[in-house]
Every structure is written in C-alpha cells, then in structure tokens.
Design a protein around this ligand. Sequence first.
Ligand code: KET
Length: 414
Amino acid sequence: MQCLRTLRYFSVWSQVPMGPADPILGVAAQFKADPSTQKVNLSIGAYRDNEGKPVVLESVKRAEQIIKEKKLDNEYLPVEGLQSFIDASIKLGYGDAYYAQNGKSIAGCQVLSGTGAVRLGFEFAKKFLPQGTKVYMPNPTWPNHHNIARMAGLEILEYRYFDPKTRGVDFSGLVEDLSKAQNGSVILFHACAHNPTGCDLTTAQWTKLLDLSKQKNFLPFFDMAYQGFTSGDVNKDAEAVRLFTNQGVPIVLGQSFAKNMGLYGQRTGCLSFVCANQSEKDKVVSQLKLLARPLWSSPPLHGARVADIILNTPELNQLWLSEVKMMADRIQYMRVSLANTLKNLGSPHDWSHISKQIGMFAFTGVGPDHVKELIAKYHIYLLSSGRISIAGLNEGNVKYVAEAFHDVTKNTKL
Ligand code: KET
C-alpha cells in the first residue's frame, strides 16, 4: 500500500527530447549492433592488431604485473593526480632538456584522458581569460572539441585548415583567418596526426604560426592525443609543441595516453600550462584543483600508475617506444596497402592521399551517400565525413574494404 501511494502518475521527464547520436561513438555502436560476420569497424580511433583485435601492449602488461606485485592500495589520488606521472608526462611532451630548465614553472594536473584535458583547459580559459575571449578551432576538427568548448561556455570560431580540392592543408586560408583573429584568442592546434584530415603542418608552417602567435599574443592550446602515431617517434611528434615552448610561448598542452599506450578505458591524461615562474605555476595548480574537485574530485588511479611505471622505468620505456613504432608502422603499411589495392582494382580515382596522410585516420574523400552505401551494402562502418580509422584495417579485410570502396565510387565523382 505504501509503495502504491508513492507511485508517480505523471512523468517528470516527458519533456526530454531524444538526443542525437554522437558522430563517432554512434557509428561505433551501430557497428556493435550489426550481426554481420563480414562487418568492418573503421569508425572510432582505436588501435587494432592485424587480426582486428584490441591490443594490450606488452609494456602495459609488465607495468600491471609490477603493480600487482607491489600489492598497492586503492586510496584516492590527490585532486591534481599522481605527481610522478604528471612529471613524466610533462617530460614526454616538452622534452627532457626543456623540462630540466623550466620544469618548475610548468603547471600540471592529471585529467580524464585527452577529453578531460581539453575540458579542464577550456574551463580554466573561461574562468581566467578576459571575458569574451574566443577559441579558434581548425575546420574540420574532432567533433567533440565543439561540444567541450560549448559546455565550458567558450565562444567558438573556426579557422580554415583543409582544402578538399588539394586534399591538403589550406595554409594560406589558415593564416588569413588567424591573422584576423582577435589578439589574445585561444587557438586550438592538433599537435600531430590531425584528426580527421590526416594532414599536419610542416616545420616551416609551424614556424610561421609561432611568429603569428607571438605577434597576436595568442594562447596556443595543443591537443596531443596521438604522440608517436605520426612518425613512430614520440620526440618527432612533439616538434610543434617544442618549437613554441623553446621560444618561450606560454602554451597549454593536453596529453592523452589512450592511443599511444592503448589505455583507452583507463582515462589517463595530463593537462599542463607553461607559466612565467614557480609562483605563477603554484597559483595555476591551485586553481586547477578547484576546477577538478567538483568535476571528478580525484582522477583514476590505475592508468596513471601504468603510465608512470612505463615512463619512469628505462627498460619498459624502451619497450613501449618500440611498441609505439610498431603501431605507427602497421598503420602506415595498411595505408599503402589500401591505396595500392584500390589502384590495382582499376579505380578511376586517385587514392594516393590515403598513403600520404598521417596518424590514425584517412580522410578518404568519399561523401555521405557513399558512406551510407558502404554501411548498408558492405557493413563497413566509417564516419559520415568520410574519415576512416586505418587501424581497423588488416591484411584479412583490406581487399574487401578496397573492393567495396571501388564499387561504391567507380561510377561517381569524388
Ligand atoms: N583529441 C583528439 C584530437 C581526439 O581525436 C581524441 C579522440 C581525443 C582528444 C580524446 O581522446 P581520449 O580518449 O579522451 O584520450 N578521438 C577518437 C575517439 C573519440 O572520439 O573519443 C576518435 O576521433 O575516434
């Protein structure tokens, strides 16, 4: 009787509309639900081996073994996270030499992977930069950048990045747009392996952006979610970040260990700010803690411990670096393989951009109708933008994928 009286006769949430599916996670969910045995997942950016299986790196397994042997507890981390992990992340991002000289003035905070880095960084920008400061993002960019900036209350503007005609970077458009940007704006850069275009800037182009950033007092915000995936070398991939910091530009850096350590679900990341001195750094960290406390209070422990052990144990670090190279190499091999197979099938289109692009993705150039057909007819899942995650290709499915791409595009324009 008691429980009958507490029954609700109206719905509190009847006004809640159905939300749209996420452009990336939604496709990954569609793939999961497809019972086809032929299906291929080229949607989300997650590394797969040559059998199409998720990979736990050997370096990660060994670090986990060490954690097990140490019989550590599961106490909360401090709000700012595991300090030895933060320091090692900063070293990895900025380089040993810069860290040795300037490490004391870099404010770091452990965050919930790359997404958490961008979120906390944008929250910080919203709170401490002058009111009305805008954030400029490349067009296109990882779609979640827009969601995050919106949730943080930042106004978003875009700068040109990609030219569909050349399938390369529209550098003059980029410079023109950023030249017109308000002084002091936040400029979001992909540090390497631009998502989704697979097109990065050259050193000369970064140098030009460095000059522009200095001239216009920009706050460069580097999202580095794929360190190691461009060249196979984590130091080379950090070149842009180091170009700016070595010139004393106060950047913000978001680092994710989802991809390069395969710690996707462990939510392991670091957010850091180059400050003028140690006292500024201390103040920034104190404010990062005030922002993180009501968001997640204390960051996840396991992934940070794993990354900490890998980065701070020389043999494991070497092993990890070789595994990063292995992942980057396999992706490069599959790029070439897909482009060559399409060519050998007699495709009327030029697919050489697939092998020239870098990082985890290829921006294939196929349109939304091609994508629909690839999904409906071939159970090949990719983003409606035409982006494919090359990591989803392997020697067992590349021919099938190439044939499907050939079939849906052979009589159409790209
Ligand atoms: N930045 C970029 C540029 C990025 O591509 C991702 C993930 C992230 C940050 C965040 O990753 P995290 O797992 O929070 O460390 N991108 C892939 C996965 C996703 O959409 O969540 C993707 O584009 O497929």
